[in-house]
Design a protein around this ligand. Structure first.
Ligand code: SF4
Length: 438
């Protein structure tokens, strides 16, 4: 029984430990949560081949979607040019330390199974992969991969315990036709999307994941693998955003979401890449409507193409705006995006910046803003009291703030203004004035 079928069967008598744990973590009534899962509006990626009990005990369960806090994912993984399995694991650990809710292994160099199995063994949070990378890179030429190789890679990842997989099933012949007729500059920048298109053109055939989607669902339902429907047509520059190729893919994704739900398979939908800031609301809302409000997972969106070296910030700005309009799951972009495989330090920086974007979203997100605002309120009180320890406790990255604070020691205030601390002056002045004393 998958989580969706379990939720449907126990709507008013929830006893599933995963649902109960998320209800506790997210301060939501279990039956409300079960309803959201049954409708596909919340997913809890938790492959039954992993030790669910241990993950619950160690805080490794996460929910994505409506009325639960915004989650963030960190991408790690080797490339053809740079293969260091230990460094990739260190990146995963660093991402978890700085607040990642999930880690995706996108390895394309060396043996991808090494990184995947290592993080599955040592981390408790949801782990995601893109099995087509594995399938296409095993044999040599991408276009020579058989459809069996593709499905077998998904099955192997699922049996290993991977919680969610990106599948570019919305890249079909119709989408491809829209792409051919488009005036895109960058055409396709999604690696999985590019593999799929190259394969379809070479083999003059439909995308196997689209054509045999029910077979994919059969594999997924066997271990409650969550399908993250990839955005193979995501725009790679502002010029290419919000076009017919992407709209065509989104329509296909909406239909696939419907089929997944009827099969009891949890589904996430992935969103666009580079998007002008004033088109984000349209993109998020149209994707939500076309996919019947499936949880939306975004890479960025990057809101300018000129932020190279700082694209973690460009993406976090876009992610925050998207979250305000309904995006549920943010995939971090690192400062190295477009230039190099990220370092461990890049992963730290990107995770923190994306975590900040998630907090910004949660201060206004329905159902979760109370907790997020309470934390903001506590910070305001700590600032008023010049209570530095409390401030560090509440911050998203206390290490960096403490390092800055201790770099230039001061008295009660900080070295920015010293004795001229506005907070201290006004607090002392008001304290001396009887009229303002409490
Ligand atoms: S010294 Fe200046 S910057 Fe530091 S806490 Fe006081 S007002 Fe803020």
């Amino acid at each position: 029984m998958t989580l969706i079928t379990e939720a449907k069967a126990t709507l008013s008598n929830v006893n599933d430990p995963v649902i109960l744990e998320v209800a506790r973590m997210e301060s939501i009534e279990p039956d409300n949560l079960a309803r959201l899962i049954a409708r596909g509006r919340v997913v809890i990626p938790a492959n039954v081949n992993r030790d669910i009990t241990a993950r619950i005990e160690e805080g490794g369960i996460r929910a994505v979607g409506e009325r639960v806090s915004t989650k963030i994912n960190a991408n790690i993984g080797t490339s053809r040019d740079y293969i260091d399995h230990d460094e990739e694991f260190l990146k995963a650990e660093t991402a978890v330390k700085y607040g990642a809710d999930a880690v995706m292994d996108l390895s394309t160099g060396g043996d991808p199974g090494v990184v995947r199995r290592n993080i599955l063994k040592k981390l408790v949070i949801p782990i995601g992969t893109v099995p087509i990378y594995d399938a296409c890179l095993r044999g040599g030429a991408v276009v020579d991969t058989s459809s069996d190789d593709m499905f077998n890679a998904v099955r192997e990842h699922a049996e290993d315990g991977v919680d969610f997989v990106t599948i570019h099933a919305g890249v079909n012949l119709n989408t491809l036709e829209r792409l051919k007729r488009s005036d895109r500059i960058l055409n396709v920048v999604s690696r999985g999307g590019a593999f799929t298109i190259a394969w379809m053109l070479h083999n003059e055939a439909e995308n196997p994941f689209y054509e045999e989607f029910d077979y994919l669902l059969e594999i997924a339902s066997a271990c409650d693998l969550t399908i993250s429907l990839g955005d193979g047509m995501r725009s790679g520059c502002l010029h290419d955003a919000s076009d017919r190729a992407k709209a065509s893919e989104d329509i296909a994704l909406g239909e696939l979401v419907q089929r997944s739900r009827s099969y009891g398979v949890q589904t996430i939908v992935e969103g666009p890449g580079h998007v002008p800031i004033d088109e984000i609301a349209f993109n998020v809302k149209s994707m939500k409507h076309l996919t019947d409000f499936a949880p939306l997972y975004l890479l960025g969106p990057l809101v300018t193409d000129l932020g190279g070296g700082y694209d973690h910030i460009t993406a976090a700005i876009g992610g925050a705006v998207a979250g305000v309009h309904g995006a549920d799951f943010l995939c971090m972009t690192t400062p190295s995006e477009h230039f190099a495989l990220p370092t461990v330090e890049d992963i730290r920086e990107a995770t923190v910046v994306t975590r900040i974007a998630a907090q910004i979203i949660d201060t206004v997100k329905s159902g979760v803003c109370e907790n997020a605002i309470a934390r903001e309120y506590q910070m305001a009180r700590a600032r008023k009291d010049l209570d530095w320890e409390k401030q560090f406790e509440l911050l998203i990255d206390p290490e960096r703030a403490r390092e800055m604070y201790e770099r230039r020691p001061s008295s009660e205030a900080c070295s920015m203004c010293g004795d001229l601390c506005a907070i201290k002056m006004v607090r002392d002045a008001l304290g001396k004035n009887k009229k303002f004393r409490s």
